[in-house]
Design a protein around this ligand. Structure first.
Ligand code: PXP
Length: 238
């Protein structure tokens, strides 16, 4: 099978940074670390409320990244203008509600053809590869092709929650993408424990993973960091 790309979503590094204000931990440093470890791309979600990634993160990452940048955003006029100015490699259009904790469901492409078509066209005209984040639903897949998207990202949230039949829905949706001429990506809620069946779907060319990787990085990295602080304190005390 062809290799699958890993897009690392660094938004929760920004969540942690914003908890204190200031610059630490820096999402750009996290992006560099992810790339050194094998990430093929960096994904960041500029939310309308700027609760994690900020506008200056988008511009700094765009200037510094050596791998493709995937900007997740709502299909609004404000976000379209930002994307046209920044020109990331790809934009993934996601639904967004201010009160949600994370992106809760897929985009209703079938119900929003008239709104989405001009946004997809404007982004594509700016040379941006447009992806739509959708539930693994045949009607949404057909609508994604109809609005001119190049890529669909299948929402794996329901699968990750263990809902019965979801892996089969993902498999069937992924299989449909070839005939529709869509590149297939997937993401949301993926972990070490549940990634293998999704990573095994032959049509899925890219996974975008955020929350688990950043959480696990804290757990996995806390030991050496505490040990280093211990050494510095011990050295200071002679
Ligand atoms: N893909 C998309 C389109 C998303 O909106 C998100 C969350 O922002 C992810 C992937 C990553 O999901 P998670 O953080 O659960 O790995």
């Amino acid at each position: 099978m062809t290799p699958q790309r890993l897009g690392v979503n660094i938004y929760h590094v920004a969540t942690l940074r914003n908890a204190r204000g200031g610059w630490h931990p820096d999402p750009l440093a996290a992006a560099h670390a992810a790339v050194r470890a094998g990430a093929d791309g960096i994904t960041l979600h500029l939310r309308e409320d700027r609760r994690h990634i900020r506008d200056d993160d988008v511009t700094r990452l765009r200037a510094a990244l050596t791998v493709p940048m995937n900007l997740e955003m709502a299909a609004t006029a404000e976000m379209t203008a930002i994307a046209q100015a920044v020109r990331p490699h790809a934009c993934c259009l996601v639904p967004e509600r201010r009160e949600e904790v994370t992106t809760e469901g897929g985009l209703d492409v079938a119900g929003g053809l008239a709104t989405l078509r001009p946004v997809v066209a404007a982004l594509a005209k700016a040379g941006i590869r447009v992806s739509l984040f959708i539930d693994p639903d045949p009607a949404q897949l057909r609508a994604a092709a109809a609005v001119g998207a190049a890529v669909v990202e299948l929402h794996t949230g329901a699968y990750a929650e263990g809902r019965p039949g979801e892996l089969e829905r993902l498999r069937a949706a992924a299989a449909m993408t070839t005939a529709l001429g869509l590149e297939c990506h997937a993401g949301h809620g993926l972990t070490f424990a549940n990634v293998t069946p999704v990573a095994s779907l032959p049509e899925v060319m890219e996974l975008n993973i955020g929350h688990f990787l950043i959480g696990e990085a804290i757990l996995d990295g806390l030991g050496p960091v505490v040990a280093r602080m211990r050494r510095l304190m011990d050295a200071a005390r002679g």
